[in-house]
Design a protein around this ligand. Structure first.
Ligand code: EPZ
Length: 425
């Protein structure tokens, strides 16, 4: 298992280019199950979760061809389609569940393993009830046996009105994809409006799907017979962008962050400005410079899009560990998403948690190197940033979590001045 060894403190300076969004690429890839014609996706991030999704599509019979740099992928029709999403592939990734709906929509049957993914909610796990009950309303029948969802439909799924009781990014994507080839009209409300959901509807519309956002959280989808092959470029990764913005702010660095539209992360940029960062936004680019002293921030609350994203919670927590005074972050999406706290404490952080609220007692001298362990994808990135700002050597184990979702993270950091190396074994 690879580790990162960081010699800190380091300052990041220079420019960094943002990769395609993992959380957008995954549903786009899953939706290619609906297509008979070729789909060419550009700007696919070279991260483990995308490899896993592509392997899953291959196991379902799809033909996958990469460009030389593996950033463009062509997905062609399965000669002999299969309907079995195996545990061995799906166990590492939450988005594996996203093939269930498209398989039933296209082939009227599927045997799909329960998905894996980051452990973010302690003992409550990450349920898929919203996915299943919404698909049921479209006419899918299912039973659960030996960890597999055995699902089928009598012919096409049937459009209907569905209102999600709570907002879920994955269940919204699942239902949008599954409704595109359904017969009749679906009116889906209570949808997530994350930019990755909008990227999905843009992609499907370009392929001929009849989808219209008719309210802030409502889509009307008129089923079509088939989708046409297209070429589409995956949007940039807003969480990677946020991570590099924090790296600059935390290390008193200066970065030009390219290939990302700053309009999509206004909430995050506002908080960074409050913390003292100087930020200049232009089209597809952010210039950010860290302050001498980081100001504390009270009352960050994670929320659905428009609000502060849960995926940046661990990363902003590191920033607040180095601020002057007390800060708080309340986690409203995954109430147990605090596994990184214990590891940050090893580096000297003073954080206490009560009822999903973290109180961070900041210290401008935060960070003495130590051995720490990654617990999930974003927690890994948070530990790397903490290592950059800590004095001495920080060793981070289990970085396979990070490889699931950040493209060449340590290489990008090295280029901008971080003293970080990957050690195998
Ligand atoms: C997506 O996960 C992202 N993953 C997550 O990013 C992100 O943290 C999350 O959305 C929230 O923004 C991908 O896009 C692949 P949800 P998802 O369904 O879709 C509850 C990362 O680091 N819920 O919006 O799984 C759930 O427990 C990952 O890149 C149900 O109760 O999240 C949670 O409390 C980690 N039943 C809330 O809804 C369900 O059937 C929101 O989860 C589904 C969800």
């Amino acid at each position: 298992m690879d580790k990162f060894v960081i010699k800190g403190p380091c300052k990041v300076r220079g420019q960094v280019s943002i990769s395609g969004s993992k959380n957008s690429a995954l549903p786009l890839l899953a939706s290619t199950i609906l297509f008979d014609e070729d789909v060419i996706l550009e700007n696919i991030p070279r991260v483990q979760d995308c490899n896993t999704m592509l392997n899953l599509l291959k196991s379902l019979g799809k033909i996958i061809k990469f460009s030389k740099n593996r950033r463009i992928v062509k997905i062609s029709k399965a000669k002999r389609p299969k309907y079995f999403a195996s545990y061995s592939i799906v166990k590492t990734m939450r988005a594996g569940i996203l093939v269930l709906g498209p398989l039933v929509a296209k082939y009227h049957k599927s045997i799909s393993s329960f998905p894996g993914g980051c452990i973010l909610n302690g003992n409550s796990g990450r349920p898929i009830d919203l996915h299943l009950s919404a698909l049921q309303k479209l006419g899918m029948k299912y039973s659960i046996k030996n960890g597999y969802i055995r699902a089928s439909s009598k012919g096409k799924l049937k459009g209907t009105s569905i209102k999600f009781p709570t907002i879920s990014v994955g269940a919204s994507q699942q239902l949008i994809i599954s409704s595109v080839l359904a017969s009749g009209v679906s009116l889906i409300s209570g949808l997530a409006t994350e930019p990755e959901v909008k990227d999905l509807t843009n992609f499907l519309k370009k392929a001929g799907a009849k989808i219209k956002w008719v309210g802030k959280r409502t889509c009307r989808i008129i089923g079509v017979k088939k989708l046409k092959g297209i070429r589409y470029s995956v949007m940039g990764d807003r969480i990677e962008t946020g991570t590099f913005c924090v790296a600059a702010t935390l290390t008193k660095g200066k970065l030009k962050i390219k290939n990302f539209d700053p309009k999509l992360i206004q909430t995050e940029l506002k908080i960074l400005k409050k913390a003292g960062a100087k930020i200049k936004e232009s089209k597809n680019q952010i210039l950010i410079e860290g302050p001498k002293k980081i100001k504390n921030i009270r009352n960050i609350v994670t929320k659905e899009y428009g609000g502060f994203p849960t995926d940046l919670q661990p990363i902003f927590m590191v920033l607040l560990c180095k601020a002057e005074g007390i800060s708080t972050i309340t986690e409203k999406i995954f109430q147990g998403r605090f596994l990184h706290v214990m590891e940050l404490q090893r580096l000297g952080a003073q954080i206490s948690i009560k009822n999903a609220k973290a109180v961070i007692n900041g210290n401008p001298n935060f960070g003495i190197g130590a051995e720490v362990m990654s617990s999930d994808l974003r927690a890994s990135a948070a530990l790397v940033l903490a290592g950059l700002t800590s004095k001495g050597i920080t060793t981070i184990s289990r970085v396979y979590h990070l490889d699931r979702g950040y493209e060449q993270f340590e290489k990008k950091l090295k280029k901008i001045g971080a003293n970080i190396k990957r050690v195998s074994g």
